[in-house]
Design a protein around this ligand. Structure first.
Ligand code: XUL
Ligand code: CO
Length: 436
């Protein structure tokens, strides 16, 4: 037991002052026809929760994530499994996500790293069998090691490309062994710093080659889940190829990958791209590509990826509105978030997850209320009413010609202004629903 002073976290309701209790996340409560926990398949991100120790560019670790073992050893890797499963069980979290190098220390020789991955995945599998905990997705870290300084599949070096392929193959093998729902590509350093040394077309074709090979291999070993791209516009590279949802969807279609891939949308990545989280969720959903979510929150005063634990209920409400409208997620809500550097105790790890699981529970409750209320949806439907009949219906059906519309316009006299957008009124409806 690593968290012996932490009890099982239970729902105590909004009046509870117990810091180690949920105020809003009540897993069995029925919202919009099913229990909260089915709407909200939460996942623990191995890297932040069990590995990240508060170090930043200006200072070393503040948090102790040794879990009683020496870092960089297989004992430490196993201790992290034990700590992670205890943590997830105490919070009632049913999924986890991992990079290959989160679960084992990387060796100099990839054959040795792969042996370690075999050992640790056996160990994880045994824990999964003892519990209800499952794997949401796995991925390969192809950005930390110096060999990936110019990218992985987008590297100028074919040898580096091969190494990336070997890592993807093994990470996918392990994901399949752990029955993961998905396999993720976050384009780490797949981007560039300057066009003076970069052939974008060549690099993007190579990324597509790696993804196509991965799909073929994955399907050949019986992987039935979704592959995901996680868009991000910048950081670490100045320009990242998977800029946002729309860019990633265009890429997937261009290279015939759209049947096998969906998107994993991260809140902080969407805001870095100059969008709202809701925008990238909507773009994914209307293209039938909303797969999974990296749940976090950025700091809009800063221009980088702060990966904060989400607490902004307005944001989680709009997120859950999109998710409910999309009919739910086939993936889950992975907390790609880290406690702030000064929040360095084990108790802070629990406070962080309680904060955000409650924020998403509130978001779910609010989103269901907005849909149930119906005013927003009926306003939107009415806003486009001119397309339900007459010339509008002819435009929608695709039958109208440009000549016909031009002659219609010429005979119209002075065209009326469109109806008011009523933004402030609609915003007041949202506040009314959220705070009454
Ligand atoms: C980086 C990021 C990654 C991916 C997985 O910004 O979000 O942690 O989620 O590689
Ligand atoms: Co992420």
């Amino acid at each position: 037991m690593f968290f012996s002073d932490i009890p099982k976290i239970r729902y105590e309701g909004p009046n509870s002052k117990n810091p180690l209790a949920f105020k809003f996340y009540n897993p069995e409560r029925i919202i919009a026809g099913k229990p909260m926990k089915e709407h909200l398949p939460f996942a623990m991100a191995w890297w932040h929760n069990l590995c990240a120790s508060g170090a930043d560019m200006f200072g070393r670790d503040t948090a102790n994530k040794a879990f009683g073992a020496e870092k960089g050893t297989m004992e430490h890797a196993k201790a992290k499994v034990d700590a992670g499963f205890e943590f997830m069980q105490k919070l009632g979290i049913e999924y986890f996500c991992f990079h290959d190098v989160d679960i084992v220390p990387e060796a100099d020789d990839i054959k040795e790293t792969n042996l370690r991955l075999d050992i640790i995945s056996d160990y994880i599998l045994a824990k999964m069998r003892e519990t209800d905990i499952k794997c949401l997705w796995g991925t390969a870290n192809m950005f930390s090691n110096p060999r990936y300084m110019n990218g992985a599949a987008s590297s100028n070096s074919a040898n580096v490309f091969c190494f990336a392929a070997a890592q993807v193959k093994k990470a996918l093998d392990i994901t399949v062994k752990l029955n993961g729902k998905g396999y993720l590509f976050w384009g780490g350093r797949e981007g560039y710093e300057t066009l003076l040394n970069t052939d974008i077309k060549f690099e993007q074709e190579n990324i597509a080659h790696l993804m196509q090979m991965t799909v073929r291999y994955g399907r050949s070993i019986g992987f039935k889940g979704d592959f995901y791209i996680e868009p991000k516009p910048k950081e670490p590279m100045t320009h990242q190829y998977d800029f946002d949802a729309a860019t990633a969807i265009g890429f997937l279609r261009q290279y015939g990958l759209d049947k096998d891939f969906k998107l994993n949308i991260e809140a902080n990545h969407a805001t870095l791209a100059g969008h709202t989280f809701q925008h990238d969720l909507r773009i994914s959903a209307i293209n039938s590509m909303l797969g999974s979510i990296d749940a976090n929150q950025g700091n809009l005063l800063l221009g980088w990826d702060t990966d904060e634990f989400p607490f902004n209920v307005y944001e989680t409400t709009m997120c859950m509105y999109e998710v409910l409208k999309a009919g739910g997620l086939s993936g889950g809500f992975n907390f790609d978030a880290k406690s702030r550097r000064p929040s360095y105790t084990h108790e802070d790890m629990f406070h962080s997850y309680i904060l955000s699981m409650d924020a998403f529970a509130l978001g779910l409750i609010n989103a269901a209320a907005i849909i149930e209320d119906g005013r927003i949806d009926s306003f939107i439907a009415e806003r486009y009413d001119s397309y339900n009949h007459g010339i509008g219906a002819r435009i929608r059906s695709g039958e109208a010609t440009l000549e016909e519309l031009a002659s219609y316009a010429e005979n119209m006299g002075t065209p009326p202004l469109p109806d008011s957008g009523r933004q402030e009124y609609l915003e007041s409806i949202i506040n009314n629903i959220l705070f009454s």
